[in-house]
Design a protein around this ligand. Structure first.
Ligand SMILES: Cc1ncc(C[n+]2csc(CCOP(=O)(O)OP(=O)(O)O)c2C)c(N)n1
Ligand SMILES: [Mg+2]
Length: 359
């Protein structure tokens, strides 16, 4: 008799580029165009530099709590480069790389993390959803959007993301179940960065992969090396194409590592073994793409320093614009969400107004 606990679910792991910048033989040639490699490399660095600057702003009291995406830049960049403008994105809070590629401005991101709700009112990417802080709820929103697209027979895809910890929640399983039975044009990318704040992946779930959680819902799933920009881009592009063509949902588990604190309110030194972090740095996404580009003679020190100067200048310009904005008004807490304010919130607005005018 075979018991269920002996069951093994086979989930493929896709990787084309190893940490030494060497390609596997099955890497599609179409991923190796110089223009694409340059674009990907520039964006990985833009994301990392923006991230470093945001942390520096927080540390000097000029930004609120900030969730860094250090080490996970290839997940967001691969997604952003694979999405088409008409697709819809329902992000969570560690998706800066994708959001920037969707046309969300660095200024919008700084405003959001600086406590200004207007940072979610993007000038571009108008149909994408705002940053989502409540864990996994964005997946339910994304399933709703995908249902609307299906009913309207629009050939677009919805992409949503979540963390490894989010896969333990009902808001993860329920929309996947719905996507499986209604065959929704939905792609879910799990950013498995190995930590949910201080809870390690090994204590999060008994499942040997996170991707296999989709299998029970009849949704195709795979793992991808989340530090390999080529593989991430390839599998996300394929999943989106399937969704647009009416071939149903997919789940992708991007296996990566959080090289930073959970947020600026955390200190990972208290729970992450230093040797593990040191090992993870050897596998990070930017260096391996740089090695590939050097092997192919399309990158060198001069281009590297020109890129650094250019990106630091662009980021500084945005930071100056951000720092010259007036402090957010407390009343903004109530703005931007409801067309018609519910009565209980209206009562709070009135109370705040009253307190302000009372010496
Ligand atoms: C519904 C809900 N419960 C708890 C929290 C507090 N919280 C913020 S981040 C986090 C961990 C999430 O970990 P994971 O899903 O792995 O995403 P990561 O932050 O690692 O990218 C928790 C529990 C929250 N934001 N929302
Ligand atoms: Mg996590």
């Amino acid at each position: 008799m075979t018991f269920l606990h002996e069951l093994h679910v086979d989930v493929p792991l896709i990787r084309f580029l190893n940490p030494d910048g060497l390609l596997s033989s099955n890497c599609p040639q179409s991923l190796l165009e110089d223009g694409f490699l340059h674009k990907a490399y520039r964006h990985l660095w833009l994301t990392r530099r923006f991230d470093q600057r945001a942390i520096a702003l927080q540390r000097t009291g000029r930004l609120g709590t900030y969730a860094s995406c250090l080490g996970q830049e290839a997940v967001g960049t691969g997604i952003g480069l694979a999405m088409q403008a008409e697709d819809l994105f329902a992000p969570y809070y560690r998706d800066q790389a994708t959001q920037l590629l969707r046309g969300v401005g660095m200024l919008d991101l700084l405003k959001f993390w600086g406590g200004m709700e207007s940072g979610n009112d993007f000038d571009h990417a108008r149909r994408d959803l705002p940053n989502c802080i409540p864990i996994a709820t964005q997946i339910t929103h994304a399933a709703g959007m995908a249902t609307a697209l299906k009913i309207r027979q629009q050939h677009q895809a919805v992409l949503t993301t979540c963390g490894d910890g989010a896969t333990s929640r009902g808001d993860f399983y329920e929309p996947i179940n719905l996507a499986g039975i209604w065959y929704l044009p939905l792609v879910l990318v799990i950013n498995n960065n190995q930590w949910a704040i201080s809870v390690p992946r090994g204590r999060q779930t008994g499942a040997s992969t996170l991707a296999q959680k989709a299998v029970a819902a009849g949704v195709p799933a795979l793992q991808v090396d989340g530090n390999d920009i080529l593989a991430v881009h390839c599998v996300v592009a394929e999943a989106l194409e399937r969704a647009r063509k009416g071939k149903g949902p997919s789940v992708i588990e991007a296996v990566t590592y959080r090289l930073c604190d959970h947020t600026t309110a955390d200190d990972m030194k208290r729970y992450c073994p230093p040797e593990r972090l040191e090992q993870a740095w050897k596998e990070e996404p930017i260096l391996r793409l740089r090695r590939l580009m050097e092997h192919r003679h399309i990158w060198d020190e001069r281009l590297e320093s020109e890129l650094q100067i250019e990106q630091e200048r662009d980021i500084e310009e945005v930071v100056n614009a951000y720092l010259s904005l007036p402090e957010p008004d407390a009343m903004e807490i109530f703005s931007w969400l409801y067309a018609k304010m519910p009565d209980e919130l209206q009562a709070q607005v009135t109370e705040l107004q009253h307190r302000r005018h009372t010496p």
